[in-house]
Ligand binder design. Sequence first.
Ligand code: TRP
Length: 328
Amino acid sequence: MARRIFSGIQPSGSIHVGNYLGAIKNWTQLQYEYESIFCIVDLHAITVPYDPRELPERVIDLAATLIAAGIDPERATLFVQSMVPEHTELSWLLTCLTPVGMLERMTQYKEKAARQQRESVGAGLLCYPVLMAADIMLYKADLVPVGEDQIQHLELTREIVRKFNRLFGETFPEPQPHVTQAARVKALSDPTSKMSKSIPGGAVALAEEPEVIRKLVRRAVTDAGPQPAGEMSPGVKNLFLLLESFAAPDVVQKFKEDYDRGELRYVELKDAVAEAMIAGLAPIRERRAELLARREQLRELLNEGARCARRIAQETMREVRERMGLQL
Ligand code: TRP
């Protein structure tokens, strides 16, 4: 049987080049190799304070961006988590199998909780990884493409799977992380941190206007103090990474040679990076705008995705209810 992959992405603001090169581009390739299910995880997005008036637009925007970037709804299943209620249902059942201590040890929980007043930390933030386990288990996914920061959550999913199988009988496969050598893009304004929209001047949105891209790249940090001999500074390395991702090989070659000869001019490199990015992102930007102009069609695509996901999810829930003694 073809192996099934599942991955989720939060609708928490616009997708940037780092998300694209680090994850989404990889998804667009995986959909040709595996049965693929991609989920816009709005229920995860509400575990931190958010504005309910903005959430629907974020979800729609993310869907349009994902499709514009190459997720093919004919090939992969693309859907919104809250449209398949089985996610919340399985999440509760799994919550009852998960030790609180394990959840309290999660790095992401500790970091996010530390940013809020103790009294305002929602229990949903603590239970976030259980919902993620439910996402994966509902579809009995074998492979989960995730970034470094989600490995710990996936490990917890595996523990929950093992416990479920031990207590209620062999039901779920242990999902494996699908790690690829995806590009780790850094923030333009701080090339020691990964690209993130919370770093001012650090991120380039996937649908960014050409003029803004030029400005952001022009201001990118290139020198970060003294470098060990023969090593590229993190900022220059990052620009080369972007150049390799968007420009033709001969352009990359030329700048590499300039660099080796000690003749690299940062302005020229930056111009080349900006123009290559603008050209590379143009089709995505245009496609996204087209999709957003036809919202009814986009909604229908998401409805269809949810119907398709739900068929699998309901099947799994029947089995789970039966095994957990919740079926009379
Ligand atoms: N927690 C993931 C993130 O923030 C998103 C996510 C939710 C996910 N459910 C998932 C990823 C299931 C993989 C599988 O990146």
